[in-house]
Design a protein around this ligand. Structure first.
Ligand code: URA
Length: 425
């Protein structure tokens, strides 16, 4: 591999130049190996934040990140593989009903997931609120479960795109997370390395998402879809609204309960709608001729859920954790609820103990926020709007402060907003 000067590459990007694929491959490899210092990569991330990466640079950047680790494969698997990734939201429990549903439709769903950090929840934390369930599987266990059950939700090992792990931690402390090419390469390097043949992206926009506007989300989706297609992974993205939390619960066990309601044929309409929309895309990409709505109604997805939880040591019949303390936030006005701010509710849930500030923190299984109303509902003065759950009641004050302006009430009904705003393929 040719050798480059990190300083010259930083200067070139700072001044609006274009980096060659060879230079990018060297930079990512040298950074991962510790030859390029954190301060140099911070400067490069900031230069990219302002100057961007063109399509060829982005493809080279993503490929170089993949090449720092292993690329998984599923030899001998008899089902088509299809994966889903959400860019992160509040109350986003969709993976829980979706993975068993798509498996019940005939696909294999290898879903490598993460833990909560900050205001967005983590799928692994949610599943760990089920007694006995374990997130770590070996490659052989994962393959066996995919063959047998069809769906696996487990922790991504350290060997997938290690460059991203190092770079993401650096971006987190240098104000360079919110860069479309850096987000696109970060997500897609891991997703491509996961080795599924098909991928559906749920790219969120709104107050609780990385991308605040639909236009930014569209650009992120366009770039991620292009990266997937170029790497031979059939990729489609849905752009979905994250101004309001999904469903009526935010928090680990609270969300598992809601996911179970969906698998049992009930649950909030928005959670059902998004689960079916994503399942429909996944089933189509996988080339299957099954109707997810019919499979959900038949109870087959619930059967797969039970087998999936059991295969990873969990007891699907064990009672879910309940927080020791509850408090309610009541309305100070009468009128129609026009907004329930996803970011504020996500932060409050985190402060109540459902999320973590540092990677090492533990989460409370029962903590979180329940939405007792939804936008469009008419409320009266004194009516409960949100129920707060925690084991640490001293957290109520700070959660309440965060939620002060979370619910907007006015005389005019809010304009109806579609949950799925666009589709990029
Ligand atoms: N999720 C990721 O994995 N990477 C990012 O950069 C942002 C969200």
């Amino acid at each position: 591999m040719d050798c480059y000067s990190a300083v010259e590459l930083i200067q070139a990007k700072r001044d609006g130049g274009t980096l060659s694929a060879a230079a990018i491959a060297w930079l990512i490899r040298a950074y991962t190996d510790g030859q390029v210092a954190d301060e140099q990569m911070s400067a490069m991330a900031m230069a990219i934040f302002f100057r961007g990466l063109d399509d060829a640079e982005l493809a080279a950047w993503t490929a170089a990140m993949i090449d720092t680790g292993e690329r998984m494969s599923y030899p001998g698997l008899k089902r088509p593989t299809v994966d889903k990734h959400s860019t992160g939201g509040v109350g986003d429990k969709i993976t829980l009903p979706l993975a068993p549903l798509v498996a019940a439709c005939g696909a294999a769903v290898p879903q490598l997931s993460g833990r909560a950090l900050g205001h967005t929840g983590g799928t692994l934390d949610k599943l760990e609120s089920i007694k006995g369930w374990r997130a770590s599987l070996t490659g052989a266990e994962m393959l066996a479960q995919l063959n047998d059950v069809g769906a696996v939700v487990c922790a991504a090992g350290d060997r997938l795109a290690p460059a991203d792990k190092k770079l993401y931690a650096l971006r987190d402390v240098t104000g360079t997370v919110a860069s479309i090419p850096l987000i696109a390469s970060s997500i897609m390097s891991k997703k491509i390395a996961e080795g599924a043949d098909n991928l559906v992206l749920d790219v969120k926009f709104g107050s609780g998402a990385f991308m605040r506007s639909l236009d930014e989300a569209r650009e992120l989706a366009r770039r991620m879809v292009a990266l997937g297609q170029a790497a031979g992974v059939r990729t489609v993205a849905l752009l979905t609204d994250m101004n309001t939390p999904l469903g009526r619960t935010v928090g680990n066990a609270l969300e598992v309960r809601e996911a179970l309601a969906v698998l049992a044929g009930g649950g909030p309409t928005d959670v059902v709608e998004l689960t079916l929309a994503l399942a429909h895309e996944m089933v189509q990409l996988a080339g299957l001729d099954t109707d997810p709505a019919q499979i959900l109604a038949s109870g087959q997805a619930m059967d797969v859920w039970r087998r999936m939880i059991h295969a990873q040591g969990g007891d699907p019949d064990a009672p879910l954790a309940v927080a020791r303390h509850c408090d309610e936030l009541t309305s100070t006005a009468s009128g129609i609820v026009t907004a329930m701010d996803a970011m504020a509710i996500g932060v409050a849930s985190w402060k109540l103990g459902a999320g973590r500030t540092r990677k090492e923190d533990t989460v409370q299984a029962g903590a979180g926020v329940e939405l007792l109303t939804r936008p469009g509902d008419r409320v009266a003065v004194g009516q409960p709007l949100l129920r707060l759950h925690t084991d640490t009641p001293e957290a109520f004050a700070t959660a309440r402060e965060t939620l002060q302006t979370a619910v907007t009430i006015s005389e005019q009904a809010p304009a109806a907003r579609p949950l799925v705003a666009d589709r990029i393929c």
